[in-house]
Design a protein. Structure first.
Length: 472
């Protein structure tokens, strides 16, 4: 018995020693593994180094809402009762949240235009909890970008802007933002696609980066960051009925316009002064054009850069500055990316013969028909929350409106008088206060600075109706 006991204890002792040795080795290895995981995970480093440059943006605005029950909240009712309808309305404070990121140590912040549009008060919260009032330096509804400014008491951490043209589909990206008020939420995904076009109720944009990194309401304006810690996109839109489908504005577009927003409060874009449509196979055959892609010149506006360069209706433009034209949207974005006074060479096919014309661009006007609207016209549309455009052939096809005159609604601001009046994107405005509209600039002579309301005649789905909109 004693010999068996001793032999057993010897075996147990050896096992104990081996176990303790293994435990000591694991205690030594586990921290090394953990440290290795930290080093091998670039997302952790990105969050540590750059999340402090992401800010939360809170906005406040006041809008008027109907206090009357149905059926009195009705366009026909408002048309007949006019300003008296305001007796049934009340002012309602509106609040919203979004994201942004710091692009200068002095406090300049890049975000979406729709985050701050119509805001009467903007508050920025930094990662350390400090809050600052902010002012809008400039905004661009076309690309849905805005630059706001705070006055910090110290230099701030900034995010560097990367190159969205060189990022590839499949590359990992990180989104940081303020979804549903959950501050500095981090999500990870890949670039799912590039150059996505989204034309929906409040989104009308070509060239999005698509990502499956989770983006939700409140992420708008926040950065999409690559594995080098540089911003490649500005998170902007989602499809609410889908999962894993988020969209970001390529940062290279923001680079082009940020300096203009800061310096002028708006973007100064090059303008050629023509309407265009895509080159079709039938047109190419009929006009003897061998090129497979290009744009056909429609209208050439009077006193425009195009007219001075000698462009004519029916010309086919196949190259801009030595680059092949892909389609209408590519052509429009290319011209817009150039500055006013820039000279650009256009390869043109006319009558089956190829030639090169040089156009010196002008500054893009604010109306689609090329006329410079009066300040009263701009203010009137801003007050009621509408963005409109002249009914060009391209816009008519987009909104399926053919053979009509008027201006089409291309955007309705959130919580605006026009939205509460029921105006929608794609509506055709035929008249304002009983006067026919042929261009957006005509509103300046119709709506005076002291006007309190405007009655619009609108066509929608082949039917017309009146609606009264308060301009208070």
């Amino acid at each position: 018995m004693s010999q068996f006991y001793v032999r057993s204890m010897g075996s147990i002792g050896k096992a104990t020693v081996a176990f303790l040795a293994l435990l000591g080795a694991l205690l030594f290895v586990f921290p090394a593994i953990a440290a290795s995981r930290q080093v091998d995970n670039p997302v952790v480093e990105i969050v540590k180094n750059f999340s402090s440059a992401v800010v939360n943006i809170d906005v406040e605005a006041v809008s008027r809402r109907s206090a009357a029950p149905m059926p009195f909240d009705d366009p026909l009712f408002k048309h007949f009762f006019g300003d008296d309808f305001n007796k049934f309305s009340r002012s309602v404070p509106m609040k919203g949240r979004g994201s942004g990121f710091i692009v200068s140590k002095e406090g300049q912040i890049l975000t979406n235009n729709h985050v701050v549009a119509g805001a009467e008060k903007i508050t920025v919260t930094l990662s350390d909890g400090k809050t600052y009032p902010a002012e809008v330096l400039g905004k661009d509804p076309t690309f849905d970008l805005a630059v706001i400014k705070i006055k910090p008491d110290k230099d701030l951490n900034v995010l560097d802007l990367g190159d969205s043209d060189t990022i590839d589909v499949g590359e990992w990206v990180v989104a940081i933002g303020n979804p549903y008020g959950l501050e500095h939420t981090v999500t990870v995904g890949v670039i799912s696609a590039k150059n996505r076009s989204i034309h929906a109720q409040s989104v009308n944009f070509d060239g999005f980066l698509q990502t499956d990194a989770a983006i939700n309401p409140g992420n708008s304006g926040g950065p999409l960051i690559d594995m080098d810690g540089k911003v490649v996109g500005i998170n902007t839109a989602i499809l609410p009925y889908a999962q894993g489908l988020g969209f970001a504005i390529p940062v290279n577009m923001a680079k082009q316009i940020m300096s203009d927003l800061v310096s002028y409060g708006k973007v100064k874009r090059g303008w050629l002064g023509i309407s265009v449509q895509n080159l079709s196979k039938e047109f190419a055959e009929a006009y003897g054009v061998k090129e497979e892609a290009g744009v056909i010149v429609g209208d050439v506006f009077k006193d425009s850069a195009a007219e001075r360069a000698g462009l004519q209706r029916g010309d086919v433009i196949t190259e801009v500055g030595g680059e092949k034209v892909k389609d209408v949207q590519w052509f429009v974005n290319k011209i817009r990316s150039l500055s006013p006074d820039a000279s650009v060479k256009l390869k043109v096919i006319r009558g089956g013969k190829e030639s090169t014309l040089t156009a010196k661009l002008a500054e893009r006007p604010d109306t689609e028909d090329g006329s410079l609207p009066s300040q009263e016209s701009e203010n009137a549309f801003e007050k009621i929350g509408l963005t409109v455009a002249k009914l060009t052939p391209d816009i008519a096809r987009r909104y399926k409106i053919e053979g009509r005159d008027g201006v089409v609604v291309t955007g309705v601001a959130q919580s605006s008088p026009a939205q509460f009046a029921g105006v929608r994107e794609g509506d055709l405005i035929l008249e304002a206060n009983g006067k026919k509209l042929t261009s957006s600039s005509a509103m300046g002579s119709i709506i005076k600075s002291d006007s309190k309301s405007v009655v619009l005649l609108i066509e929608r789905d082949g039917k017309t109706f009146f609606t009264s909109i308060s301009i208070e």
